[in-house]
Design a protein around this ligand. Structure first.
Ligand SMILES: *[C@@H]1O[C@H](CO)[C@@H](O)[C@H](O)[C@H]1NC(C)=O
Length: 340
């Protein structure tokens, strides 16, 4: 019980100074970002990752993969300029999802339901000083133990800024509604996820099911996708507490308009993008990103089925809720939606 308290206290004491230093960081990096059209880099930026060099036009022969990664990053920058209002300052809490690998100079923002277990396993191999070799040999629950990996929010302000400035920063994203359906299936349709049923399921049924059975109210284990959608778009939900990370928007978890990610990997091209990241980090000789043979992955057809029972009114509300994730990561409005 003592440790989290101490942690929180430590964070609280850091907040003030962090504000200022991060503000400083934002100011000095902004020119570099705005120049990324090809003029070169800001003076004083000494250490550059291979990808940063690539983006600044130092290399002429871009492979198709690298070109597509650059396109995504440029699209993200553009979408941020178009769709976000004021630039605000990062707080320590914003950096809770950024996992640090000091040895290879990597920052990875993990997004649940986007291969984050495997990426955490890879980070345990990369940062484990030889303790681990094979990612898939690490049990999934061990990869998720808080404290097994370091997050950027644990560092001092100057250490945070140094890493934000010089490390290769990456994120993996996924089509927002496929991710959402994947979260629903995983947390509400599997009998073993009793913690989620108790914590969220009982509340969803109490609020969004007319005349629920006492057993359902007690166990919360048979939430329908429709009820889950009602819960998400209900204004009370986010007023009471932030969304659980499994359905929180990527935009809110990883702050892609404040943290300028070098690589935006996609779940849809997971294997190829993961390979690119490890190669850019110079870590492709140490670890291979695990390939998954899972055939039960949620895909577009599956998402379409789940959305069949959602009325256009709620589809629209749900789209608006996840709109930023669609826009920032170049996902088009799904064809199965009945909204216009
Ligand atoms: C954005 O998405 C469209 C349509 O799927 C695609 O043609 C285009 O190449 C994408 N742009 C980038 C920069 O990835």
């Amino acid at each position: 019980m003592r440790k989290p308290k101490v942690g929180r206290l430590f964070l609280a004491t850091c907040v003030g100074s962090l504000f200022m230093v991060i503000l400083y960081f934002q100011n000095i990096t902004r020119p570099a970002v705005e120049q990324s059209g090809g003029k070169g880099i800001a003076p004083g930026k000494t250490r550059r990752s291979p990808l940063q060099a690539l983006y600044n036009g130092d290399q002429l022969d871009l492979s198709a993969v690298q070109t597509s990664l650059r396109g995504r990053r440029e699209l993200l920058e553009e979408a941020c300029l178009t769709h976000t209002k004021k630039r605000r300052v990062l707080t320590p809490d914003d950096l809770r999802h950024l996992i640090v690998d000091d040895k290879h100079g990597l920052l990875y923002c993990y997004v649940p339901k986007v291969a984050c277990t495997n990426w955490k396993r890879v980070f345990m191999v990369l940062t484990g000083d030889g303790r681990y070799h094979e990612p898939l040999a690490i049990p999934a629950n061990e990869a998720h133990v808080a404290g097994n990996l370091r997050t950027l929010s644990e560092y001092s302000t100057s250490e945070i800024n140094r890493r934000l400035r010089s490390y290769l920063k990456f994120i993996f994203v996924r089509e927002p509604f496929e991710r959402l359906v994947s979260a629903y299936r995983n947390k509400f349709t599997r009998s073993y996820n009793t913690a989620f049923h108790k914590r969220y399921g009982t509340k969803i049924i109490r609020r969004h099911r007319p005349q629920p059975q006492p057993d359902a109210l007690e166990r919360g284990n048979d939430v329908s996708f429709q009820e889950f959608v009602y819960y998400l778009v209900d204004p009370r939900t986010q007023r009471e507490e932030p969304f659980n990370e499994h359905w929180e928007r990527i935009h809110s978890l990883c702050h892609p308009c404040l943290v300028h990610y070098d690589v935006v990997g996609k779940y849809e091209t997971l294997e190829q993008d993961s390979r690119s990241v490890l190669r850019l980090a110079g870590a492709d000789g140490e670890v291979r990103f695990p390939t998954s043979g899972k055939s039960t992955r949620t895909n577009g057809d599956m998402a379409a089925q789940f959305f069949q029972n959602i009325s256009p009114f709620y589809q629209k509300k749900l789209y608006n809720l996840y709109r930023m994730d669609f826009l920032l990561f170049n996902y088009s409005n799904p064809e199965y939606l009945k909204t216009r």
